[in-house]
Ligand binder design. Structure first.
Ligand code: ADP
Ligand code: MG
Length: 251
């Protein structure tokens, strides 16, 4: 149903000089669904993520979040409106504990001007939100450990926890499995599966096993353009996609 579409982007284009890094791309994100975006390096996946989060203004096109147009708003305003994102490069304060990182992320969201009015309850509310995020991300047992000393996989979990601490309804995840071993990747797939029910998720990922295990919807980008979009089973057998991107092993 239309009211389950939490984020809707229509005809997004982003030009860098003569290069159309994102060229007329439309995408809808639904609560309870993971929409994976795949494509070779330079396809425009990260640029698309940056357009949706407000980190880059689109050259043209529109973005609606929860029915409100957010095109051209600042990343902070878009985050407050319910969009959470992780970056390809880590955002963690390594000398701080896991808990302190999540707590700071939760606090950043709480610093909306209107929330100062509820100052008395905000301390408890922020702690509660941070604790929930920590547990959801599977890091409760690592609470008091320095972020610089946990494994690479756990640091990626921490980034997800920090994103969850802002209580987003839409999650944009840019390569959350990058650099992970098999066991770490498996744990992250389980985590993303847990997050699906309560969120609309855009997942940019190169790990095709993870993509096909998780995605409800798949968009394939090449050179800024969508060459195919639909259910994974349809994409798997799309001759154009196979020729352009997917290897034989996923056919
Ligand atoms: P992907 O994430 O799919 O690997 P990107 O979105 O990072 O692709 O990049 C898409 C294209 O846009 C690439 O050709 C890249 O060099 C170019 N690009 C990305 N960001 C910028 C920028 N800030 N300025 C100029 N060109 C950029
Ligand atoms: Mg990228």
């Amino acid at each position: 149903m239309a009211d389950d579409v939490l984020l809707s982007a229509a005809h997004l284009t982003k030009r860098f000089g003569g290069l159309a890094a994102v060229n007329d791309v439309s995408v809808d994100l639904w609560r309870g669904r993971i929409h994976a975006v795949i494509g070779p390096n330079g396809a425009g996946k990260s640029t698309l993520t940056n357009l949706l989060s407000g980190d880059l203004p689109p050259t043209s096109g529109t973005i609606h979040l929860g029915g409100t147009e957010i095109t051209g708003r600042s990343p902070e305003a878009i985050a407050r409106a319910g969009l959470g994102r992780s970056y390809q490069k880590t955002n963690i304060f390594l000398p701080f504990t896991v808990w302190e990182n999540v707590r700071l992320a939760a606090q950043s969201r709480a610093q909306h001007p209107a929330r100062w009015l509820r100052k008395a309850t905000s301390f408890a509310a922020v702690n509660e939100q941070a604790q929930r995020a920590l547990e959801l991300a599977g890091l409760a047992s690592r609470r008091d450990v320095l972020a610089g000393t946990i494994s690479h996989g756990e640091q990626r979990q921490l980034e997800i926890a920090m994103t969850l601490a802002t209580a987003p309804s839409v999650l944009l995840l840019d390569e959350p499995l990058a650099g992970m071993g098999t066991a770490e990747a498996e744990r992250m797939v389980q985590l993303l599966h847990r997050l699906k029910d309560a969120h609309a998720i855009l997942l940019v990922e190169h790990d095709m096993d993870a993509v096909f295990a998780l995605a409800d919807q798949l968009t394939v980008m090449v050179n800024g353009q969508v060459i195919a979009s639909g259910p994974p089973q349809m994409i798997r057998t799309d001759a154009g996609v196979q020729a352009a991107y997917l290897g034989e092993e996923h056919v």
